[in-house]
Design a protein around this ligand. Structure first.
Ligand SMILES: *Cc1c(COP(=O)(O)O)cnc(C)c1O
Length: 400
C-alpha cells in the first residue's frame, strides 16, 4: 500500500508498507529467514555494496521483513525513515555511536532508563565523550548547559521511572536556536506514536524500546530509531552494520508488525485503565503520592495535555512508609505480576531502585531524582476493576 497520511493512525498501523498483492495474496507479510541474497551478476552485487543500486545483500544491513516494519514505523512517527534493531539499547547505542566522537558533548536529562544511564556514564564516557546531566524540565538550565561541543540533547518523556514530562517543542526550538546542528533525540517508548509524535514537535530522532508497547505482548526484545533519511542511513551503515551489529531478526520484525495492528486499540485500553487506577491510588490512605499526568493535581498535567493525545499506561507511586511499605506491597500482589518491562497485556509492577534503575548507585539515584521507595506500575489490558481490586488488597495487606 502506498504511504497515505490521509488514512487514520489505526488504519496505517495495519496497512502501511505492505501490499498482499506483492506476495501471492498472503494477508501477512512473509518472514524472510535468510542471511544473504543472491545477485544476478557480479556487477549487480558490486553496485549494491557500493550503494549505487537498491536491494538487499546481507541481513545485518537490511532484510525485506525488517524493511516493511521500518516503513510502517517511519509512517506512524511521521519521519522519513526508520531502522529496526535487536533491542532498545541496540537502537540507542547504534544511534549515539554514529553521532558522536571523542571530545563531543552529550547533554542528557537527569533521569533516564537505567541501562541508558549506564551506557552514557560507563560506555560513552570511557571513549572520551563528555556526558553531562541537566534537568530538562528547566529550559534555562538546558540553554546554559549547551556548549560549542554539544552534539546531542537526549531525554525521555514521560521519564522512566518517575513520570516527569519534558516540553518537546520548547526544548527543540531552544536547541535549534542555539545551534541547528545539535540533534534532539527523544525516547518515545512510554507513549508510542499513538499518543505522541516528537518529530512533529521539532525533535530530530525518536528512539524506542519496541520490546514494550510496540510489540505489546512481552514476547520479544527489539528497538527502533526514526528520523530523517540521511541520518538513518548513517546509523544503519555505521552504528548498526559496523559498531553494534544489533540487527533485528526477521521473526521479531514480523511479531512487531503483528503487534502494531492493535497498537491504537491497546493504547486506548492502557490509558483508560491507568486513569481509573491512578484516581483510585490518589484517594487511597496508604499512598503518599501518585505520579501520573492524567491527574489534574499532577504538575505536568497541562503540558501533557498539549503534547500527548492521552496520558499513557504508566504510573509511579510512593507509599506512606517509603521503601519498606513499597516492598511489602509488591510481595502481596496476586493478579499483578512482579516483573520489569512494560507495555504488555499483563499489569506489571516493579521497584526501580533495586531493579530497572539499579545501574545507578544510591548516591546517583538521589542526585538523579529516583527515590528509593518509588513503585512503578505498567497498567495492562485486564479489566480495570480487577487491577484495582488487586492493588487495593495488596495496599491494605502491606499497611495492616
Ligand atoms: C526498556 C527501555 C529501554 C531499553 O530497551 P530494551 O528493549 O530493553 O533494550 C530504553 N528506554 C526505555 C524508556 C525503556 O523503558
Amino acid at each position: 500500500m502506498p504511504q497515505n497520511n490521509k488514512l487514520a493512525f489505526a488504519t496505517r498501523s495495519i496497512h502501511v508498507g505492505y501490499d498482499s498483492k506483492d506476495c501471492e495474496g498472503s494477508l501477512n507479510p512473509p518472514i524472510y529467514m535468510t542471511s544473504t541474497f543472491s545477485f544476478d551478476s557480479a556487477e549487480q552485487g558490486g553496485a549494491r555494496f557500493a550503494g549505487e543500486q537498491p536491494g538487499h545483500f546481507y541481513s545485518r544491513i537490511s532484510n525485506p521483513t525488517q524493511a516493511i516494519l521500518e516503513t510502517r514505523l517511519a509512517d506512524l512517527e511521521e519521519g522519513e525513515a526508520a531502522l529496526a534493531c535487536a533491542s532498545g539499547m541496540g537502537a540507542i547505542t547504534a544511534t549515539l555511536w554514529t553521532l558522536v566522537a571523542p571530545g563531543d558533548k552529550v547533554l542528557v536529562d537527569k533521569t533516564v532508563y537505567g541501562c541508558t544511564f549506564a551506557y552514557m556514564e560507563h560506555g560513552l564516557k570511557k571513549f572520551g565523550v563528555e556526558v553531562s546531566y541537566v534537568d530538562c524540565t528547566d529550559l534555562d538550565a538546558v540553554k546554559a548547559a549547551i556548549t560549542a561541543d554539544t552534539k546531542v540533547l537526549y531525554f525521555e518523556t514521560p521519564v522512566n521511572p518517575n513520570m516527569r514530562i519534558m516540553d518537546i517543542a520548547g526544548l527543540s526550538a531552544l536547541v535549534k536556536d542555539v545551534n541547528p546542528e545539535i540533534k534532539v533525540i527523544v525516547d518515545n517508548t512510554y507513549c508510542t506514536p499513538a499518543l505522541q509524535r516528537p518529530l512533529t514537535l521539532g525533535a530530530d530522532l525518536v528512539v524506542h524500546s519496541a520490546t514494550k508497547y510496540l510489540g505489546g505482548h512481552g514476547d520479544l526484545i527489539a528497538g527502533a530509531v526514526i528520523g530523517d533519511a540521511t541520518t538513518l542511513e548513517q546509523i544503519r551503515l555505521v552504528g548498526l552494520k559496523d559498531m553494534t551489529g544489533a540487527v533485528i531478526s526477521p521473526m521479531t520484525a514480523f511479531l512487531i508488525l503483528r503487534g502494531l495492528k492493535t497498537l491504537d486499540l491497546r493504547m486506548e485500553r492502557h490509558c483508560s485503565n491507568a486513569q481509573q487506577v491512578a484516581e483510585m491510588l490518589e484517594s487511597h490512605p496508604a499512598v503518599e503520592q501518585v505520579f501520573f499526568p492524567g491527574l489534574k493535581s499532577d504538575p505536568y498535567h497541562q503540558l501533557a495535555s498539549q503534547q500527548m493525545s492521552r496520558f499513557g499506561g504508566m504510573i509511579a507511586l510512593e507509599l506512606k512508609g517509603g521503601m519498606d511499605a513499597g516492598i511489602k506491597m509488591l510481595n502481596k500482589l496476586k493478579l499483578i505480576k512482579l516483573a520489569v518491562s512494560l507495555g504488555d497485556a499483563e499489569t506489571l509492577c516493579e521497584h526501580p531502585a533495586s531493579m530497572t534503575h539499579s545501574a545507578y548507585t544510591p548516591e546517583e539515584r538521589a542526585r538523579h531524582g529516583i527515590t528509593e521507595g518509588l513503585v512503578r506500575i505498567s497498567i495492562g489490558l485486564e479489566a480495570a476493576e480487577d487491577i484495582i481490586a488487586d492493588l487495593e488488597q495488596s495496599l491494605s495487606a502491606a499497611t495492616a
